[in-house]
Design a protein around this ligand. Sequence first.
Ligand SMILES: [Zn+2]
Length: 285
Amino acid sequence: MNNLKIVPLGGMGEVTQNMFLYQYDQEILIVDCGIGFPDIYMPGADIIIPDISYLLKEIEKGSKIVGMILSHAHDDHIAALPYLLPDLPEFPIYGSALTAGFAHERMKDGSVKRKVNVIDDGDVTSLGKHFSFSVLSVTHSVPDAKHLLIKTPEGMIYHGSDFKLDLQPVDGVLSDLETAAKAGKEGVLLMLMDCLRVERSEWSKSESTTGPAIAKEIIGVKGKFIVTLMSSHIHRIQQVIDIAVANRRKVVFIGRSVEQNMKVAEGLGKIRIPQGVKINKKNIK
Ligand SMILES: [Zn+2]
């Protein structure tokens, strides 16, 4: 009898609020724990979080959460942690180094003290009696993004959280298509795949083409040069820093998330900022 259930609590048919449950007998493995963003018809709401009433009911009936895997560091995959973890029992949480770093910051915001265990590509981790998983690198608009190979009693699941195939990534870390192909040869029961604009036939340009475009804009600018971007887009920020250095300019980060994320990324060596380039926002005129 097929006992494997996949229950999306968010992230299915929508871009945000990613949270998937893999359920086998009385064991539940969670993938991601993200927020959504309100639309104009939700006045007063700052964020949306997945509805976990199904999960709570299953726990009440005796099911056990054996673990949670965070696929990457975007807020629609990790930022619901401080809101949902307090309502759930303890279980191990896993993510790549940058994902763990960002997740810890998000949890601090909600005074939640839980540790995300850092996993490396290829490491096989067993969860409960029925599940084990490993991760492989994929390129995305945030570094250290992973796709998951989840082994279940029914077969292998390829959980492909959102990504962007980039053949010239800024950090040189390519998508590990070899491991994906190997898994395919060995047999994948189900592949879940999420990729924005996948319905369009042409390729997205590589992130590394953004730098030269920004560099062109900065030429001849006398005063401040302001760049707005997603605070987790470390590769774009890296390119802006490199351009600033080449133009003998200083960089200042303004914004709560970008300041938080830069601290984490710098600490993990995921961004290179030469000494003296970054200045405090209090010192700008
Ligand atoms: Zn994403």
